[in-house]
Design a protein around this ligand. Sequence first.
Ligand code: AMP
Length: 216
Amino acid sequence: MNLILLGPPGVGKGTQAKLLIDRFGIPQISTGDILRAAVKDLTPMGVKAKGFMDAGALVPDEVVIGIVEERLAQPDCQKGFILDGFPRTVPQADALGKVLSGMGKQIDHVVSLSVDKDELLKRLTGRRACSKCGAGYHVDFAPSKVAGVCDACGGDLFQREDDKEATILNRLAVYEAQTAPLISYYGAAGVLRSVDGLGTVDGVQAEILAVLQGAR
Ligand code: AMP
């Protein structure tokens, strides 16, 4: 199954993707995660991407298209894949279509997740991650036992630079301008399935499974 999770930052794409990996045994391809790893490792791509990411802007299409093309060619994507955070522009979607058709593949489903802007802001500004082991927390919805300290390893928790409020507002504006048009793009292609992203993690997962199985 070849799947795209589409939706604004903070809607829960990454969380839902992780549950789908376990269920279907196919990998998640998160361009955000791949770029953050490159920034951390100070690779040439990471150095180039950092400024765009910190500002809440999109990294240039050719960079992310190259990342995804390389990743899709790896053997673990044979059975399928979950794209999370890609494509984010119409040129990225066009390029993905070309890459896949060159491999004799196609996108089976695009799951479009949505929640309102106030909820997105609350989710994103409260996100924290451990600087040592990477574990994720949320100050309201999934707090650590001791504020600022990781339950798992005792590392310090930090807020991603691009989860600060001013940057988030920019990321949401970028989403509306550049990524939201993909809803009609994939709607016209007949592969779009819409799911309400508000609710419990398990509730949203059940909705996603229902649309993937054609029950809704
Ligand atoms: P994410 O974790 O998916 O919200 O991505 C974090 C940041 O990485 C974004 O704000 C962009 O700067 C960059 N990024 C991730 N995926 C893409 C993409 N498909 N196109 C352009 N930039 C991206």
